[in-house]
Design a protein around this ligand. Structure first.
Ligand code: ATP
Length: 322
């Protein structure tokens, strides 16, 4: 649905140049939630703004729903942009307009008639659970409600793609949870493709099907979240499941990249007569699967056979370095 190839962005300032994107390839499948995570300054906002051409990339191409946006300008670019909604960290609502009038705003600009606007606004407010607040003003809303208005407004033109610029960063944990749930519901119910940027690993864990880790204008790692977790040395695995250092002899890090119902550890002691000592770890739901990562001390004459057995079962086993 989104295909960006070789994206580079150089900001030319008076006294210097800033290389914000240094050759990014981004492939977001139709109907998935794709999260780009990285620290401040990594280039996430620049990437998002290049995807809808709010910022023109210095080099590279961006295609959304099969249309090469980088080749468009003027009215044709504006028309293509209607297929891409955007939500912002600080909501960007018009304070002098009611909730309903904020949601209607893009429809007015697109020249949609009054009756149709009314119908569509009602539908959108219902979609985000804010029918009761149609006549309220933004100042009378909580942060979570404001973001719901932002989402309803972004969906006004029935986009196929929603871009989310740190949509939950200004919200408390419980509100974050409810907004993430809303995004997940919209993704499922409308088949909406969502590209989000965030600095919170938790957002990736909770709702993303695919993810990229961004640093200094490049993707260090990208792919389906569960595939990345099953990849040796994955940065995402380390970030989602931070484990305390375990450099004692015989310790391995075991990642369960999907749900395992067998009692593998007790089987190890029985079959291979090894000592198994779980030193730390966590099990969490990621992309709807129960995924675990453990530091385990395994010692005994048959250690190598025991590790081979775990690998055979589809677990990722890495000799622990930290
Ligand atoms: N309009 C601009 N003019 C000049 N430099 C810019 C501009 N926008 C971003 N930059 C620079 O480009 C780099 C990437 O910034 P960007 O905002 O894309 O990162 P980010 O990962 O989104 O960070 P943050 O979460 O802090 O917004 C930074 O060095 C930033 O200072």
């Amino acid at each position: 649905m989104i295909n960006a190839v070789g994206l580079r962005k150089v900001y030319r300032l008076k006294d210097r140049e800033v290389l914000a994107l240094d050759g990014v390839d981004l492939h977001v499948r139709q109907g998935e939630i794709y999260g780009v995570v990285g620290q401040s300054g990594a280039g996430k906002s620049t990437l998002l703004r290049c995807v809808n051409l709010l910022e023109r990339p210095t080099a590279g191409t961006v295609a959304v729903d099969g249309e090469d946006l980088t080749s468009l300008s003027g009215a044709r670019l504006r028309a293509a942009r209607r297929g891409i909604g955007m939500v912002h960290q600080h909501f960007a609502l018009l304070s002098s307009r009611t909730v309903a009038a904020n949601v209607a705003f893009p429809l007015e600009i697109a020249g949609v008639g009054r009756a149709e606007r009314r119908r569509r606004v009602g539908e959108l407010l219902e979609l985000v659970g804010l029918q009761e607040k149609a006549r309220a003003y933004p100042a009378q809303l909580s942060g979570g409600q404001k973001q719901r208005v932002g989402i309803a407004r972004a969906l006004a033109s029935s986009p196929k793609v929603l871009l989310s610029d740190e949509a939950t960063s200004a919200l408390d944990p419980a509100t974050t949870e409810s907004i993430l749930e809303l995004l997940r519901d919209l993704n499922r119910e409308l088949g909406l493709t969502i590209l989000l940027i965030t600095h919170e690993m938790d957002v990736i864990k909770r709702i993303c099907d695919s993810a990229a880790i961004m640093e200094q204008g490049v993707f260090r790692e990208s792919g389906k979240v569960l595939d990345l977790l099953a990849t040796p040395g994955s940065l995402l695995a380390r970030s989602l499941f931070p484990l305390p250092p375990a450099d004692a002899p015989g310790v391995v890090t075991i990642t369960y990249p999907r749900q395992f119902d067998e009692p593998l550890m007790s089987e190890l002691t029985r079959r291979f007569d090894v000592d198994v000592n779980v030193l730390g770890g966590a099990v969490e739901t990621v992309s709807g699967q129960s995924v675990g990562r453990l530091n385990v001390g395994i010692q005994g004459a048959n250690r190598a056979a025991a590790l081979a057995y775990l690998k055979d079962k589809g677990l990722l086993v890495e000799e622990s370095t930290r």
